[in-house]
Structure formats: structure tokens, C-alpha cells
Design a protein around this ligand. Structure first.
Ligand code: NAD
Length: 495
């Protein structure tokens, strides 16, 4: 079988990298299977892409926002039409089960429709003036050229969170996707092309963080960097952008926790923990990696959790019986294995899992056993650091106040959840949990696009994606004063 070679999308054309080199994208469920080859781009390709985005910016900014929104609406329609094929290809390059890759595409569909509608809103404010015959308003202006850098765990959804709001606001974009999942970005860019997006408004350059990501961040004509990925890379993005006085938004790691109180519906909490910890093989920024259980129900909950965890089926995400797909690559699997080793050495009790899964056909992929640690103390590294795999730590709590303190004892602050039947406890948790997202009687995963998404502390830098909050990243406020008095009026001076 011949392997398709995919190109970069620059100035409305599909072009090869100047390097003339490509890299392979492999199926993590069957590492011998090459999903496609992609351009191993260089700073020269970034230069071309940024030049195209700069050239397209003025006309795109001039295009009325409702017209921009109409094109995005057509992209959403094309996503609907192609949902199944996109989801299947995404499972092949990323590994998560088909139900979840369909959800990934659905998230982009939701964002597309939402942003398209924003083309007829993009609301600012009108406020009274302190002077007579003077009108005051604020309007949103595009920032210019956006450099968008994305991770591999949501190959279409995360690019969509950046592209749709950036484009509806009148920016042009250069997208650099993760090298483990470039196929979904190529598919996504093709839909923008098909929907009639003018050349240069969206450009796609594949390749490494060093050869593509870094030059994109540093490029003087890139006005804003929107990054989602690890905290380590986020720190690099932040330091470079700070040096250049360039605005940037960061969406980074998490160490998300579910609290299970003694009055919780334990079966419901169990489903939430299984879904949160092992969905996407634990490779979500919002994955449940700590479960803080009230001492009165710890024994019972642990038994239920172990039974359900051991019953999970590992396998190729395209197979209907599969619950948990592979990890993304060997490096990630080694990292997860090393955390299991760290957990054991720290004195946590390995209750199930803890090793790569190499039985039968599974040895062809990067599979790892769903893992539960008991007797985890809050300062252990497995309770503090992002593992990004199917590993969950059980931590005991005495009461709600104790539980909230444990959740907040983290350098991250993305998502949290509490299972309780007591409305007072639920509201105390909403108030006390220092995370960007809190769920009541639902897992730590499952954000909807019409609300702000992001976290506190080491998870972000104060911005939020999704909802109208995303527009605060992708626009600059302009305050406008219209004086129709025909004379000089002095604010703060005249009565
Ligand atoms: P990563 O940081 O390794 O890579 C993210 C992107 O940055 C990739 O495209 C990569 O090529 C690029 N990159 C790497 N080095 C770079 C550099 N020096 N300059 C510019 N770009 C560079 O992250 P990953 O492994 O792809 O993704 C997993 C991480 O993403 C996890 O930590 C997860 O929590 C986080 N994540 C966060 C969110 C969120 O919204 N908070 C969502 C999904 C994933």
C-alpha cells in the first residue's frame, strides 16, 4: 500500500516543505501502520506561511464579520457531513475510541456554529459620557496574525477552539499541529478551503516544535500566540513572548480531582471516575487523576472501582468492544510506566494495573493497563504531577473542608468535581475549589463550548478559551469617543 504524502497549506495552496523531507505518522494501536507522511517543515516554511497570513489580513479584517461567520458556518456543515470519516481517521492516528473521536469532531461542530453566530454579535459596550453631546463605545478589533500551536489529544477540537474564534474576529492564522496527529489538521484545513475561506487566511505548517513552533512564536509579524500543550512547553512560549512583548494565551496541564463524599450516589460517582480517569486513556488535560474519598466510604468505593477497572477492555479504538485505546507513543508509555514505579517506591499501594499491556495483538500498540493506586498521600509525586495516562490515585479525606484543601494542594487548577447529595456541600465546593471548572455530580471531563474553558495556577495564564471569553484572547478592545458638540470639551475638567 502506498503511503499518502500530505503537504502544508500556505496562501491557499498545498505545498511541499523547502526541506523536501517528510515524517511518518503512525497508528498507536498498531505501530507498524503508517497513517501518512507529513512535511518536516523548517523556519523557511514558517516564513512563507506568516507572509501569506500577513498579506491576507487587511482584506479579511475588512470582510464584514457576518460574512466571515457564514464561511465558518459552512465549515461546521462540512464537519457534520464528514464527521464519521474524520473520526475514523482520528482514531487511527491518535488511538482514542471511535465514540470519543466522534465527540472530538462534534466539539468542533459546536464551536463552528457558535463562532459563526458570533459574527453577528462580537459585542462591545456603549456607555454614557460624562460630557454633553458625546458618545462612548468599545469595539473589538482583530489582533492581526495568530500563531496557533496545538497538542495531539484533541486533534480537531483544540484547533477548532483557536481557529473559529480567531477567524470570526478578523484575524488570520498559522496553525502548527502536534506531530503525532497532523492528519486531522490537514483534513480540517481542507474543509476551510472547501468552504471558501480566502487564500492565506488560514495556513497550516507541520513539523517539530523546534523547527516550526519556535520560529512561529518568535516571528515579529505574528501578533499573538495561542498555545495548548504541556506546562514545560508553555513556559518556553511564555518566556519568548514576554521578551518580545507579545500577547499569548496558554492552556496547559492539570491534576484534576473528584471528591466522593459519604452521602454520594456511589454508583454514579464510580461511573464518573471510570469515565474521567480512563476515557481517552487518561490523556485529557481534564482527566481525573486523583479521587478523594470520604473515609466512611473508601473501602466500599475502592472495591467497586477495582471491579469496574479490571473489566475494561483494551484494544483498537475502531473496535466496538474497546473501552480504552492505546497511549499516543512509546515515550508517553515509558513516562506512565515510570510514574507507576515512582508510586510504588513512594509507598503507594498498587491495587491494579501498573504495567504496559503486551498480551496478544496488544503488543503491536502502546497499550497500558488501567491502573489504580491506593493509600496515596497528598504530597507523593503521583498525587502532584501530571501523568497523562490511565492512572488514578485514591486519597482519603475526613470531611468536606479537608477534601477541598486536598484538591487545592496542587500547582494546577483546571477541573474538579464533587459527588454529594447535599446542596450545601455542593455550593461550598463551588466556592472553595480553586479550579477553572467545577462539576457537581459529574466527572472532571465533559466541558461544553459555550462556557469559558481553562484553569487557575499552573494550568494557564489567566485567559480562557471557548464561550465569549475566547474573544478576549483573539481581539483587542478599542474605546471610541465621538464628540458631536462642535467645540473643545475637556473630560475631568469641565462640569
Ligand atoms: P507539548 O507541550 O509537548 O506540545 C504541544 C505543542 O507544542 C506541539 O504542537 C509541539 O510540537 C509544540 N512545541 C513543542 N516544543 C515547542 C517549542 N519549543 N516552541 C513551540 N512549540 C513547541 O504537549 P503535548 O504532549 O502535545 O500535549 C499534552 C499536554 O497538553 C498535556 O500537558 C495536557 O495537559 C496539555 N493539554 C492542555 C489542554 C488545556 O486546554 N488546558 C488541553 C489539551 C492538552
Amino acid at each position: 500500500m502506498t503511503t499518502t504524502i500530505h503537504k502544508n497549506f500556505i496562501a491557499g495552496k498545498w505545498v511541499a516543505s523547502k526541506s523536501r523531507k517528510t515524517f511518518a505518522n503512525i497508528n498507536p494501536a498498531r505501530k507498524g501502520e503508517v497513517v501518512g507522511r507529513f512535511q518536516q517543515s523548517t523556519p523557511d516554511d514558517v516564513e512563507r506561511a506568516v507572509a501569506a497570513a500577513v498579506a491576507a489580513q487587511a482584506a479579511w479584517k475588512k470582510t464584514p464579520a457576518p460574512k466571515r461567520g457564514e464561511i465558518l458556518f459552512r465549515v461546521a456543515e462540512l464537519l457534520v457531513k464528514n464527521k464519521e470519516a474524520l473520526a475514523r481517521d482520528m482514531t487511527c492516528e491518535m488511538g482514542k475510541v471511535l465514540g470519543e473521536t466522534r465527540g472530538d469532531v462534534q466539539e468542533a461542530i459546536d464551536m463552528g456554529y457558535y463562532a459563526a453566530g458570533e459574527g453577528r454579535r462580537l459585542m462591545g459596550e456603549t456607555v454614557p459620557s460624562e460630557l454633553k453631546d458625546k458618545f462612548c463605545m468599545s469595539v473589538r478589533m482583530p489582533v492581526g496574525v495568530v500563531g496557533a500551536i496545538t497538542p495531539w489529544n484533541f486533534p480537531i477540537a483544540i484547533p477548532s477552539w483557536k481557529l473559529f474564534p480567531a477567524l470570526v474576529a478578523g484575524n488570520t492564522v498559522v496553525l502548527k499541529p502536534a506531530s503525532d496527529t497532523p492528519l486531522s489538521s490537514v483534513h480540517f484545513a481542507k474543509l476551510f478551503e472547501k468552504a471558501g475561506l480566502p487564500p492565506g487566511v488560514l495556513n497550516l505548517v507541520t513539523g517539530s516544535g523546534a523547527e516550526v513552533g519556535q520560529p512561529l512564536i518568535d516571528h515579529p509579524q505574528v501578533n499573538l500566540v495561542s498555545f495548548t500543550g504541556s506546562t514545560d512547553t508553555g513556559r518556553v512560549v511564555a518566556s519568548h513572548c514576554a521578551g518580545l512583548m507579545k500577547p499569548y494565551s496558554l492552556e496547559m496541564g492539570g491534576k484534576n480531582a473528584i471528591i466522593v463524599m459519604d452521602d454520594a450516589d456511589l454508583e454514579l460517582a464510580l461511573e464518573g471516575v471510570i469515565w474521567g480517569a480512563f476515557g481517552t486513556t487518561g490523556q485529557r488535560c481534564t482527566a481525573t487523576s486523583r479521587v478523594i474519598v470520604h473515609k466512611k466510604v473508601m473501602k466500599k468505593f475502592t472495591a467497586l472501582l477495582l471491579e469496574k477497572t479490571r473489566a475494561l477492555q483494551l484494544g483498537d479504538g475502531l473496535l466496538p468492544k474497546t473501552d480504552v485505546g492505546p497511549l499516543i507513543n512509546e515515550a508517553q508509555r515509558s513516562k506512565v510506566a515510570s510514574y507507576c514505579e515512582i508510586g510504588r517506591n513512594e509507598g503507594a499501594r498498587l491495587l491494579t494495573g501498573g504495567a504496559p499491556e503486551i498480551k496478544g495483538a496488544l503488543k503491536q500498540g502502546f497499550f497500558f493497563q488501567p491502573t489504580v493506586f491506593g493509600d496515596v498521600s497528598p504530597k507523593m509525586r503521583i498525587a502532584q504531577e501530571e501523568i497523562f495516562g490511565p492512572v488514578v490515585s485514591l486519597i482519603v479525606c475526613n470531611d468536606l473542608e479537608h477534601a477541598i484543601g486536598l484538591v487545592n494542594d496542587s500547582s494546577f487548577g483546571l477541573s474538579s468535581a464533587i459527588y454529594t447529595r447535599d446542596v450545601n456541600r455542593a455550593f461550598q465546593a463551588i466556592e472553595g475549589l480553586d479550579t477553572g471548572i467545577t462539576y457537581i455530580n459529574a466527572s472532571t471531563i465533559g466541558a461544553e463550548i459555550q462556557l469559558p474553558f481553562g484553569g487557575t495556577k499552573g494550568t494557564g495564564n489567566g485567559h480562557r478559551e471557548a464561550g465569549t471569553a475566547a474573544l478576549d484572547i483573539f481581539t483587542e478592545w478599542k474605546s471610541v469617543y465621538v464628540d458631536y458638540s462642535g467645540k473643545l470639551q475637556k473630560a475631568q475638567i469641565e462640569d
